[in-house]
Structures are given as C-alpha cells and as structure tokens.
Design a protein around this ligand. Structure first.
Ligand code: BMA
Length: 812
C-alpha cells in the first residue's frame, strides 16, 4: 500500500469570515487562530470566556493536493485518524461523510473521485457548543455540573466542556494525521497477537486480518526480532493464522520489577509474490492481568505481571492540553519520564478525555508503566439510541485494534464513576438509563473485547467490585475512589482508618508555584487566592477556601501570597503521603495507590502533582519518596493523628512510633533501620538500630515504640533505612501539629557545584524547598527534611540561577 500524509497546503477560516489563514494539519482551530495572531492566549486571566464563544461558530479547513497515479491500484481511500468533530468531509465538492466522533478513525473510498492532477479536500467543523445545546433540548439529560449541558451526547472529550480542573475550551479540528492510501490487491486491516507463556517459552499466535481486493495468491510473512537482534520467522495460513515459539523469552516487566525488552513484529502481505502491505509494531512478552482471590477481607484486586502480584503506584492521567494542537510526543515523554523518576509503575488514563495518542503507549512500553485504560465515559448517563450504539461500537473496535498490542496495556475499564452514580441514581431520570448502563459496560464492551482483545483484563467501571451495581465502592473488593479527605473535609489522618484493596482515586489540591501563577496574570492585584482571576482558575467551587481550612488545621498563618502557595503544596504532599504510606504498609490487603491526579491541561489550581508547565509540585517529590521500591515509613500516633482538643479536661494522646519497611522489588532485602529521638536543634537524645529482613514483595513492621515522655513542641523522631552502606529511604515525624512545633531558625545555606546543589541547616529543617529563578528546577530530591546536616542533590532539569531556599520555619 502506498501511503502519503496530506499535511501540506492547508488553510482555514471561520465560515462567517472571508479571510483564509494558514493552517497546520494535524492541528486545531484554536492553535491555528493563536498562531496567526487571531486569538488571545486562552489561559490568560479570564480570556477563556470569549475564546469559548469562538466555538459557537463553524470553521472550515481546505487543502489541495496532487492525486498522482490512480490507475494501477485496486482501491484508493482517505484515512482520517482523528477529526474533532461534528465534521463534514468533502473531496472535490462531493460529501464523503459526516464524522460525529473524535475517538474514531474515518476512512473513505475515493478512487472514482480522485483526479491525477489537483484535488481539493475540505473539512467543515460545526459548532460543538450548538450541537450539545440542541441535543440537550432534545434529550434533557443531566450530568456532571461543571460541564456544559448536553456534553454526553457528543463523542468528544468531555473535559473540553469544563471539569472541576478544566476550562470551557472545546477546541476542534483535524487533530491526527490525514492519509491518502493507494492499495494494490489487498491490505492489512490489523494483526492480533495472542501470547501463550509456559515455563521458559512463549508462543505467539497471529491472527492477521487483511482485505482482499483481487483474486490471487495471498501470503503473510511474519518476522519477530528480539532486542538482541535474533529473528524468528513464520508464514501464516490463507486465513491469516499461524504461530511462533520463542524459547527463553526476555520478559517485559513494569518499572521496578525488571527490564522492558521490546520485540519487533513485522508482517508483510504478499500478493502473487509481490509485497503489497506491511504492518509493524513493538510488543513485550509478558502476561498481565488482575488477581482477584477471595480472602479474609473480601476479594483481592491486584495487578499481576508474569505471575507476580505487584502494588500499583501511580496517578490518574488527564489530557495534557486544552489546545489539542499543542500536544507533542516530546511533552508526553517528559511527563511520563517524570512518572518513572517518581517510581511509578502504573498510570490510569481517566475516562473523561480522549484515547491517548500512539506515542503515549509507545513511551509507557519503554518506561514500564502499566496503563489502566478507561473507555471514554465519565460522570454521566448516555442515551443509548441505535445510532449512538453503532457509533460507540466502532469507537471501541478502532481503539482496541490500535492499542491492544502494547506491552503496557494493563486493563480496559468501562467508565469513570458511572456504576457508582447510577447505583445511587445520581443523574438518572428514567429507568432505561439504568438498563442502558448495563448494556454499554456489561454487554457491548465485553462483547467487543471478546472478539478483538480477549487477553486483556476488563473491569466494568472505576470504582467497581465487579459490576451489576454490586456495591461498586466496596472497600473490601475491587477498586475504590476515596474522597472523604478533600471533598468530605476529613483530616488527612483519616486515610489511616481505611484498608482499601486498591485506591484508584484519592486526592488533594494545591496551588501551583508563583511562576505558573504569573502565566495566568501579571497584575499583582490578582495575586491573592480569593481574587476573581485566581478563582476563575479554580474549578472546584469554593476550593481555595477549602485549602485555607486545611491549612489552618496544620500550619501557622502564612503571611504572604507566595508562602500560601508553598504551604498549600506541603499540605497536599503530606495528605497524599499519609494515604500512600498507609496503603503500602498494608501491602497484601491493599495493592494499589493511584492518586488523583498527575497533570493539568491548563494553568490551574488542582489536584495535580505536576503543573501545566511541567513544574513539579512538592507532591511529585514526595511521590518519588513514597513510591520508592524499598521504603521506610512511620505510623506515628500523635496529637495530629488523634485530633485531641487541648482545651478539654484530660487532654491526652498517645505518642508512639511504629516503623515499617516495604519492599516492592523481586529481591529479598536485609535492611538496617536506624531511628533517633532529637530536639529541635536536631541533637540526638536517643538512638536505636536494628537489622530487618524484608522478603521480596512484602511489607514488614518493626515493634511499636511508645514515647510517652516526648516533648511534642521541641522533640521529634528521624528514621532511616540503609542497604549495603547506603541510605535508601528516610523521614521524620513530629508529635504535635507543624503549627505548634517550635522550629528553630535553621539558617539554611546552599551552594552550587557543577551539576549539584548542597543545602545545609543548623537545626531540624522540615520540607526544605530549593527554587531557582524560573521555578522550573527538577532535582533528584526536594522538599526534604534536614536534621541539622546537609544534603546534596543532582540537577536533572533547569538552571541553578538565583537559588532560594526555605522550610516550614518560614511559614509565618
Ligand atoms: C474524581 C474524578 C474526576 C474529578 C476528580 C476530582 O471523581 O473522576 O471526575 O475531577 O474526582 O473531583
């Protein structure tokens, strides 16, 4: 097959205006308008409102291209890999189709229309806002309140119409490649590869679907090349079936458990001895599923790779951009590399966005991040008309065929939160919506998966206990979304009361750093968390006040705007640390801590650990530590964990430490644990050491130690885990609230040498932050504690210019 990308000579305009503008394809309306100077920055101040209104209009794209030879082919088609949407597609004035789903691939046979010379392609995008407003009038369904009415009726990423972290910016356009494909005799539809693993060998079963357009002798030759360059070959049967056995396969593992060797598969379709089409992909040899075993607590829910159950460590991923034309492989790579740096092994693609680009999965394959992939349904009930059903069925087929070969594809999941909401009859207005829920996620998707990807695990919803409204958010089975901390206003010590099997969402917001705030507004009058502009960039109603409420529980009143931002990030980091450390200590019963959320799609106040500009919040550094393969943590009992009221009679609370080492590697570990009781100057008052054996994939508790005499205002405990003479994990705990602890002035000092920064403190310094001029440093560690000592960190990204340092002592 001859394939040519049609990415040249494009122009675009609003159908109501006559001026054509240069267009970039793949790209989008917003990105073209912005590049051509015909639109303001939508992320600046409250520009969002007027820029959203631009989508009340229609836009058209057109290009001319040479058809070239049209004679020697059995068929010629146009392939659109992503049209976002409510589109009309014309070739030389003839309407080819009206794509109504951004998640699908659209192909149109054009041989009879195509001219050898100049051809004109035209794509019109009708207003998605008008479309959903009309649909709302017709069906009246309601759904997530942060989103524009009627959003669920259009197969277009929901977040574009607003979310509790997303703006109302429904971009549109030709957001993925357009190709002209000329076929000789036949072509591949796709190739499905099934893996069968036995001790020391892996058999690959191929099922090649190809479309035959002429009589002839067809053959498919398959070559598999190992990472070392060995090749394995086979010729498939006329039906496209055949197998290959690989002895001693190099297995693919998730990050932390092993390497990510990738095998290249090339299938070539021959027609009468001539190669007419090639299909090439990379695969990883592994088994991956979810373990669900009945046990003393209920039923386990854990990822299993190559027979080993592992603890899921990661976050929920949302689309990286509102302006879809600004997506890039490089940006995604940086984001996912930052996940690997923070020791993730899992990432959940949340269902209110769009199915990720191929590069997202390619990078996850390379980095060892198992992907929990939602189908694109979230927080709404859908009107399952026959047209809607046909549309989503094809959407499933397109995406399953596109993604099923990836080593990193961990599981498919039906939707975000709908089993739970339908069960509670939230947004349900008629009984048919309950029936349709079951049709969609418990019949149609399983049916399609049975045909196209039977080897990948399917889970009907997140959260779920297995489906059929059987207590979807059951803490003892399946996955859980836990929002009592944050939405429920519970203190973050509350996480410790729960022993979920797999927490796939729990989160806590923070402000981005000052440099990111400056990309929202340069007016100092806006730099106040309750200003109109700051609240325009806070989409969870009233949540800047919620941050302040949590802040007062923990820290002293931060006098300056910039200190509020810092304190909010520490609060967020500690909240999630409380949850994750607790879940990991209870490894076995709990097998997953996937926090909400990894990233942002515009500069916003949200639950993310990495902001829109790729800047790491304190949480991302904390994640690097609390997701460390071998981690020491402390379940302390303190004033904070027991919420004791000091003005009550018999004001008393337990003071104790209970250390735990958890080992998420395949090797047994001998760990030296040291802990110290110290005063605020960090002087050692007591010191203990112990050797602990921590078998592979386990979590081991040390003995609990009561410290009734501790002075909660001036004494604290630091603890460390050492392996083979190297300190691999550490932390500190206090026994009051940070706001009451009498931190001594740490006199933080810093120096830069080559690629490193060294910071020292005279006393106990909590959550030491190192910032540069651009606030974009990525360091090997940051927001760490110093015990009157120093620490040297490596610079991974950014320039060490105008370094500033501060610690909790400075929240005053
Ligand atoms: C969860 C998600 C999102 C939402 C987040 C924060 O329920 O599934 O819909 O953005 O909480 O509220």
């Amino acid at each position: 097959m001859e394939t040519r990308e049609l990415h040249e000579n494009w122009k675009m305009r609003c159908t109501e205006a006559s001026d054509w503008q240069e267009a970039v394809v793949p790209g989008t309306v917003y990105t073209d308008l912005l590049r051509n100077g015909n639109m303001e920055n939508p992320y600046w101040k409250d520009n969002e409102d007027s820029i959203c209104a631009l989508m009340e209009k229609d836009y058209e794209y057109t290009c001319t291209f040479e058809g070239g030879n049209t004679e020697d082919f059995s068929s010629i088609f146009l392939r659109f890999e992503g049209l976002d949407t409510v589109a009309d597609v014309y070739l030389n004035g003839e309407l080819l189709g009206q794509p109504l789903n951004m998640h699908r691939v659209w192909e149109y046979e054009v041989q009879s229309l195509l001219k050898e010379g100049e051809n004109t392609l035209r794509v019109v995008f009708h207003s998605p806002l008008n479309y959903i407003a009309e649909a709302y009038k017709k069906y009246g369904n309601i759904g997530n309140e942060d989103t524009y009415e009627g959003f669920m009726h259009l197969r277009k990423a929901h977040y574009m119409f607003g979310w509790d972290w997303g703006a109302h910016l429904p971009d549109a356009g030709i957001y993925r490649p357009v190709k002209l494909c000329k076929v000789k005799c036949g072509r591949f539809d796709s190739v499905y590869i099934r893996q069968n693993h036995e001790e020391g060998r892996c058999t690959l079963d191929f099922d090649a679907a190809y479309l035959v357009e002429e009589d002839g002798n067809y053959e498919v030759h398959v070559t598999v090349t190992s990472p070392k360059g060995e090749t394995f070959k086979t010729v498939l049967s006329q039906e496209g079936c055949g197998s290959l056995t690989i002895e001693n396969p190099e297995l693919w593992w998730v990050n932390g458990l092993g390497a990510q060797p990738l095998y290249e598969v090339e299938a070539v379709l021959f027609c009468n001895g001539e190669a007419v089409d090639t299909w090439k992909r990379r695969i990883g040899l592994r088994t991956m599923t979810m373990q669900r075993n009945k046990d003393e607590w209920g039923e386990s829910f854990a990822h299993e790779i190559n027979g080993k159950a592992f603890f899921a460590m990661g976050a929920d991923y949302i689309p990286e951009e509102h302006l879809l034309g600004k997506r890039s492989k490089e940006r995604t790579r940086q984001l996912l590399m930052d996940c690997k740096l923070a020791n993730y092994n899992v990432i959940r693609v949340w269902g209110g966005g769009f199915y990720p680009d191929d590069w997202f999965f390619d990078i996850c394959d390379e980095l060892g991040l198992a992907v929990w992939q939602d189908f694109m349904f979230a927080c709404s009930v859908y009107e399952l008309t026959p047209e809607f059903e046909a549309n989503i069925r094809q959407e499933f087929i397109d995406n399953i065929k596109r993604l099923r070969h990836h080593a990193s594809l961990g599981l498919w999941c039906g939707n975000n939160e709908m089993e739970m909401f339908v069960d509670e009859r939230c947004w349900v207005t008629k009984p048919s919506e309950v029936r349709d829920y079951l049709f969609m996620y418990e019949r149609i998707i399983p049916e399609v998966l049975q045909e196209y990807d039977p080897q990948t695990f399917y889970w009907p919803a997140s959260p779920s206990s297995g489906g059929s409204f059987d207590n979807p958010n059951d803490p003892n089975r399946g996955d859980v979304h836990y929002w009592q901390v944050w939405h429920g206003n519970k203190p973050f010590s509350e996480y410790r009361k729960h022993f979920f099997r797999y927490a796939s969402e729990f989160g806590f917001q923070s402000f981005p750093c000052k440099k990111t705030v400056e990309t929202i507004s340069d007016d100092p009058a806006d730099w106040n968390i309750f200003s109109y502009i700051m609240e325009k960039h806070q989409r969870n109603y009233g949540a800047n006040g919620k941050i302040m409420n949590y802040l007062q529980q923990t820290y002293r009143y931060p006098g300056e705007f910039d200190t509020v931002l810092y304190a909010s990030q520490l609060l967020q980091a500690d909240a999630i640390r409380y949850g994750v450390e607790h879940f990991r200590r209870n490894r076995g019963r709990c097998m997953g801590a996937v926090y909400w959320q990894l990233n942002d799609c515009w500069p916003v106040i949200s639950w993310s650990s990495i902001d829109y500009w790729g800047r790491w919040k304190a949480l991302h550094y904390y994640a690097k530590r609390f997701f460390a393969p071998v981690m020491i943590s402390c379940q302390e009992e303190s004033w904070l964990t027991q919420e004791a009221n000091m003005n009550r009679q018999h004001f008393e609370f337990e003071k104790s430490i209970w250390l735990n080492v958890t080992n998420e590697t395949l090797a047994d570990k001998e760990i030296q644990v040291k802990w110290y009781l110290r005063n605020a100057e960090a002087e050692i008052l007591r010191e203990e050491t112990e050797i602990v054996s921590v078998p592979a994939l386990t979590s081991v508790w040390l003995d609990k130690v009561e410290l009734p005499e501790v002075d909660v205002f001036t004494e604290y405990v630091s603890f460390e885990a050492w392996e083979k003479g190297e300190k691999i994990s550490e932390g500190t705990v206090i026994f009051s609230y940070p706001k009451y602890f009498k931190y001594e002035e740490p006199n933080l000092k810093w120096s830069v040498e080559g690629n490193t920064i060294t910071v020292s403190a005279d006393t106990y310094a909590k959550s030491v932050e190192i910032l540069n001029e651009n606030e974009d440093l990525v360091l090997s560690d940051n927001y760490f504690d110093l015990n009157g000592d120093s620490k040297t960190v490596e610079i991974l990204r950014g320039k060490p210019e105008n370094i500033r340092v501060r610690s909790v002592f400075d929240i005053r």
